[in-house]
Design a protein around this ligand. Structure first.
Ligand code: FES
Length: 64
């Protein structure tokens, strides 16, 4: 699913940046991916995906 239509960034790209690059917020995400600087419509969705990925990761760690 495309989150940022202006730069063609998908939810998978964002999850990868959080998991592999350790991006924990939008500012850090922007240092890995180009998004949110054109129209800004994707910013809220991108933040939700960052939050959800971090929550999913911490749940996974608790189980493991
Ligand atoms: S959709 Fe991401 S900047 Fe426009």
């Amino acid at each position: 699913m495309f989150v940022c239509m202006c730069y063609g960034v998908t939810d998978k790209d964002i999850r990868n940046a959080v998991q592999s690059e350790g991006a924990g917020n939008l500012r850090e995400l922007r240092s890995h991916l180009n998004l949110g600087t054109q129209c800004g419509k994707c910013v809220q969705m991108a933040q939700e995906i960052i939050d959800q990925t971090i929550i999913d990761e911490s749940l996974f760690k608790d189980v493991g």
